[in-house]
Design a protein around this ligand. Structure first.
Ligand SMILES: CC(C)(COP(=O)(O)OP(=O)(O)OC[C@H]1O[C@@H](n2cnc3c(N)ncnc32)[C@H](O)[C@@H]1OP(=O)(O)O)[C@@H](O)C(=O)NCCC(=O)NCCS
Length: 151
């Protein structure tokens, strides 16, 4: 598996991967109206626009996109692994890449918004909850932070 920067030609595959997660994974934890709103957000066009403003990464295996994540200053976002590829260490590798980049940029602490279903994944990686976010449109999530070690 390699981690590389998003290219515009990845937009459809990344959108499909995120929407598959919203339908198959996140829908167990969020109401249908929230899921439908999120599906509307993650269009290929939105991803291309996001990649102009922040660093979007993709995880690629055998020429297929199996994961994605974003980094903007000290904030990570949109961490998704293709549903059929979850539980194989891809999420951990993506997070390793994000944290390595953050350290290279001199950051000592990083933050993210975790959806309810992913909180324990981040806790396992040393993140702690620092706040609860209750958004009328996008539901409940947690703000989490991790102090990066000087290695
Ligand atoms: C959360 C997510 C990114 C994890 O990716 P993954 O590739 O499945 O994770 P990994 O295989 O690298 O797992 C790493 C460790 O975390 C654990 N883990 C993975 N997902 C977990 C979850 N949702 N809850 C608790 N633990 C989890 C694994 O068991 C593994 O533990 P181990 O190191 O003891 O073996 C992925 O499940 C996902 O895309 N979820 C749906 C989308 C989503 O909600 N993303 C987060 C938005 S903030």
């Amino acid at each position: 598996m390699i981690t590389r920067q998003f290219r515009n030609s990845d937009a459809q595959a990344v959108s499909d991967l995120i929407i598959a997660n919203l339908k198959q994974i996140n829908s167990e934890f969020y109401p249908e109206n929230v899921i439908q709103r999120m599906i509307k957000v993650y269009t290929p066009k939105h991803l291309i626009e996001t990649a102009q403003k922040q660093l979007v990464l993709v995880a690629e295996e055998l020429d297929e996109i199996v994961g994605t994540a974003t980094i903007s200053q000290n904030y990570f976002g949109s961490v998704f692994v293709r549903p059929d590829m979850q539980g194989k260490g891809i999420g951990n590798k993506l997070m390793d890449s994000l944290e390595r980049l953050a350290k290279l940029n001199g950051l000592q602490e990083v933050k993210l918004h975790a959806s309810i279903n992913a909180v324990n994944f981040y806790i396992k990686r040393g993140y702690r909850k620092i706040g609860k976010i209750s958004d009328e449109k996008f539901g409940e999530s947690f703000e989490m932070a991790k102090t990066l070690e000087n290695t």
